[in-house]
Design a protein around this ligand. Sequence first.
Ligand SMILES: NC(=O)C1=CN([C@@H]2O[C@H](COP(=O)(O)OP(=O)(O)OC[C@H]3O[C@@H](n4cnc5c(N)ncnc54)[C@H](OP(=O)(O)O)[C@@H]3O)[C@@H](O)[C@H]2O)[C@@H](O)CC1
Ligand SMILES: Nc1ncnc2c1ncn2[C@@H]1O[C@H](COP(=O)(O)OP(=O)(O)O)[C@@H](O)[C@H]1O
Ligand SMILES: [K+]
Length: 505
Amino acid sequence: MKIFTALQIREADAYTIKHTPISSLALMEKAALACTDWLAEQHFTKYPFAVFCGMGNNGGDGLAITRMLRNMGCDAHAYIIPHSQQASEDHQANYKSLQRYYPESLHTLQTFPQLAKDTVIIDAILGTGLNRPAEGLIADTISRINSCYEQHTIIAIDIPSGLLTDTSSVNQPSVQAHHTLSFELPKLAFLLPENAVRIGEVHILPIGLHPDYIARTPAKFNITDGAMMRDLYKPRKPFSHKGTFGHVLLIAGSYGKMGAAILSAKSCLQAGVGLLTCHIPKCGYDIMQISVPAAMCITDEQFDHSSSFPSEEEAKKYKTIGIGPGLGTAAGSIWALDKLLDHYRQPMVIDADALNLLSTNPKTFAKVPENSILTPHPKEFERLFGKTDNDIARLELLSQKAVERRLCILLKGRYTAMASPDGELYFNATGNPGMATGGSGDVLTGIITSLVAQGYSSRDAMLLGVYIHGLAGDFAAAALSQEAMTAEDIPAYLGRTFLTLHKNQ
Ligand SMILES: NC(=O)C1=CN([C@@H]2O[C@H](COP(=O)(O)OP(=O)(O)OC[C@H]3O[C@@H](n4cnc5c(N)ncnc54)[C@H](OP(=O)(O)O)[C@@H]3O)[C@@H](O)[C@H]2O)[C@@H](O)CC1
Ligand SMILES: Nc1ncnc2c1ncn2[C@@H]1O[C@H](COP(=O)(O)OP(=O)(O)O)[C@@H](O)[C@H]1O
Ligand SMILES: [K+]
């Protein structure tokens, strides 16, 4: 799914108006109807409404919503903020309709109104047309709306007023909404963790923008989806054997952190690898053999951490190496990793403590093979590449480092961002807060390493691995609840997840 900029959204709007019998005003009517239908479905229509409207098309939506709510018998009032000399054409048209049918519902905002108990606040002040920080009466109204957050439900139309669509809004005043009702496609602003408290729950409502414009217009950012994943997925051929699906070496675990190695190993197997060998410290031998009988084990000479990774000759038998979960950061491990990278040139998967080792050893980092996949969470990302001022700057840094170092880098989070060496940037939308539990990342490393071994390109293994990791987490949460699920439940639901990728599903 594409993420369009504010400019592209405007173009999609104009293209739809030009190439279908729908007028600009009728498109606004559809948008407003989609919002009021949603309000009715969610049982908000039993409450009074205060609709705060700007003078552009976002305000026009607000006026149309007020009229529709009145048509449904609701007690709705529109408060117009006079921030401009002239209102947009469609705003004027909706103003006239409301004035004609429900003149008592129209108000010009002078002072913030007294709101009756349970009044639902609709924020239709500014939308994608925001072109400067909110000031004066608008900023004042935004702050008054936000002061109602505990007592009233706040619903933003298209985007919370004051929030920028395509760039960071850190330090800018904006409405803080419980729900955002937006049209047709998600916006970049909705995917940024820094905006989480302002956007609330986002609901994307279709309004019939022209599919041709959407199909032929390239987007800088995309969200992966089931259709794309079904195309990437490689079904197994009938005469294939375990050699077909690659041999993974998983270097993981240390004293007290063998669980990370177990989670990763189980996930690697459940994601379909042909053969799995785990390199673990001596303390982990019984634990691994008993917990994951299908995995072979090589024990390090050290008892509590690993310090001697395979030689060039030994490493040749592995299609790829996954390294990091529970590894620890012992000095011996960095030395061993450095030696491994002197000869190992295949793309590998690097996570957790292995990333921490790289972040303190730039010379070792420089040896990481091209097309390797790095899987940092935000803190690990910061250790590797430095601090940024905001989420947009961090995304830019992510992309820049992937291109510069010829790596696939995924930045984990609610919407994991995935950058590849050719500059593509995708977001993942599967997954849920039930996965915010220790070990979920170790599971991801096992899955992605498994996919690389099975012959997926690094980019495809990253996109597909992150998608199925999240979807398995969604199945686990649906069956067990977000609270009760643990990281172990994610590989347990991989089977159900793979079934959704089969072409006939
Ligand atoms: N295709 C779709 O998705 C559809 C979208 N639709 C809706 O249209 C909305 C976009 O409408 P829009 O282009 O009229 O912009 P909007 O945000 O209302 O701003 C209006 C004007 O305000 C001004 N202004 C800007 N910043 C300001 C500030 N800080 N403080 C004060 N003033 C400020 C600036 O004018 P200026 O003052 O610079 O002349 C700007 O032009 C979109 O979000 C959605 O709700 C649906 O109706 C139909 C389908
Ligand atoms: N709220 C959430 N929504 C979706 N996915 C989440 C959420 N919280 C965590 N995850 C996913 O769970 C994983 C957690 O990884 P990580 O922080 O490395 O865990 P650990 O180090 O404990 O293994 C990531 O893949 C992340 O995207
Ligand atoms: K708005």
